[in-house]
Design a protein around this ligand. Sequence first.
Ligand SMILES: Cc1cc2nc3c(=O)[nH]c(=O)nc-3n(C[C@H](O)[C@H](O)[C@H](O)COP(=O)(O)OP(=O)(O)OC[C@H]3O[C@@H](n4cnc5c(N)ncnc54)[C@H](O)[C@@H]3O)c2cc1C
Length: 385
Amino acid sequence: MGGQRFADVAIVGGGVMGASIAAHLVERKAGRVVVFEREDLLGTGSTAKAAGGVRLQFTTAANVALSRYSIEEIRNFEDRTGVDADFVQYGYLFLLNSEADLERFTETAKVQRALGAPVEVITPEEAERILPGIRTDDLVGATFCGEDGVATPAALVSGYGSLARRGGAELRRGCEVTAVTVLPGGGFSLLAGGERWECDWLVNAAGPWAAQVGDLLGVDVPVSPVRRQFFTTEPMSWVREDMPLTIDWGTGAYMHLHSGGMLIGDSDPNEPPGFSQTPDLDHLAQVWENAAWRLPRVEEASMKAAHAGLYEVSPDHNAILGPVPEVPRFVLANGFSGHGMQHAPAVGRAISEVIVDGESRTLDISAFSVARFAGGAVAPEENVI
Ligand SMILES: Cc1cc2nc3c(=O)[nH]c(=O)nc-3n(C[C@H](O)[C@H](O)[C@H](O)COP(=O)(O)OP(=O)(O)OC[C@H]3O[C@@H](n4cnc5c(N)ncnc54)[C@H](O)[C@@H]3O)c2cc1C
């Protein structure tokens, strides 16, 4: 091919999604799989900033299904990949201070339970037994799911990356995809790291930069980057090892055990879209105050490090998965809106089936099609943290 390189499947982006999709593709004998990552290491984008939360407590059935599949795979991650995902299942505890929220969470819990998620609606007193020391006087209730938990994002990238590599995938780092042309037969010509490549399938796994990769083909991928922040604290002897990931729904502050201390963050609803990844210490001070109001001993914490990363936000806070109707071999794995790390196993499986089998058979991903935006009717995911 006169110096031209060929891939059956080219994946743009080597975060947790690109790595998982590559691993699932090689397992399913998809031919030559190449991941293009512009940074020198895998997993330095949004994935590097993920707080590690994994939960069944979503409001849409399609998201609960992605979680069910993913939790099973994360549980067995070490057997499958050789890397321990550090997965602990101490639950997610949503603390609710308004009747309207309690009503909505109670309705949603019915849906979640019907899908096999053991979500309980509990009283403030029961919540305090799960997390002693919380202030309960303004709470009206809570929900708890003991199968939810926390895993280590870098471990998922490392496990999937090595599984992909062992299966023959090429993981090209320091290699930015800067141009794409659709070829007459439906494949693609790419410029990656200054080299010309051809591929049959092209997967957009570019996280917060997904819209820019779409622009290379003139395809609108409705994903916006939005800064999200958290801080970690120095170790604190009183933090219980089995502390659930706890969300103070009224303020949006969330917290969980992290290296003997805590990881505390929120999703500021007033944050405008943009690529800034600089932590805003004033905002984090407010988050700290909110967390300490709910769990007063948090006031004793010392901040260890402040972090900011990017959510890749879609208009309805749901992922955008599958082929683009007008360019059918351009496949999207985008728009995870803050819950992509935990859904990477299911998405890897689904996208590999789209490419190898022509459709996702194990999981129904029709609700996540990009075509939904053309119809105007979208059922948003409401439990976005
Ligand atoms: C503060 C914060 C907390 C979060 N907490 C959680 C959580 O608790 N649970 C959870 O499930 N999720 C969480 N998330 C979301 C999660 O991090 C993302 O949904 C997930 O990591 C997305 O993975 P990705 O591989 O799609 O994107 P990324 O990890 O961003 O990977 C995309 C990659 O594409 C590369 N790239 C982009 N353009 C190009 C190009 N043209 N050529 C080559 N390479 C390119 C980038 O360099 C990047 O490495 C959190 C995110 C943030 C910011």
